[in-house]
Design a protein around this ligand. Structure first.
Ligand code: ZN
Length: 105
């Protein structure tokens, strides 16, 4: 399998690592989870869930920065659903095509 050379450009789909987050992100994440160990979205719903993700409140593709104030702690489920919403526009066309194939299942 031949892959093109690693690009540092924003790519909306993929793991945090593949999107170019590096040491700075990990450092902020660790500091943030020490400060605020529980998921912020779950807290809004009156639940206490251990957070495992450092989420960009304002996505980097929309001009969000790497400053601590642009991060919030999220649990796995909330991180997935937020990332999913952000990528939804881009994936929409693909999903529509896939939905056709899944319609029989
Ligand atoms: Zn949560």
């Amino acid at each position: 399998m031949t892959a093109p050379a690693k690009s540092h450009r924003w790519r909306p789909i993929g793991s945090p690592e593949s999107r170019g987050y590096g040491t700075l992100h990990r450092r902020i994440r660790r500091a943030m989870l020490r400060d605020e160990p529980n998921c912020r979205e779950c807290a809004k719903e009156g639940r206490t869930t251990k957070a495992s993700h450092a989420d960009h409140i304002k996505p980097k593709c929309l001009g969000g920065g790497d400053e601590r104030t642009n991060y919030q702690p999220l649990c796995v489920a909330h991180a997935r659903s937020k990332t999913g919403r952000e990528g939804a526009m881009i994936r929409n066309a693909r999903r529509r095509a896939r939905a056709k194939m899944k319609a029989d299942a």
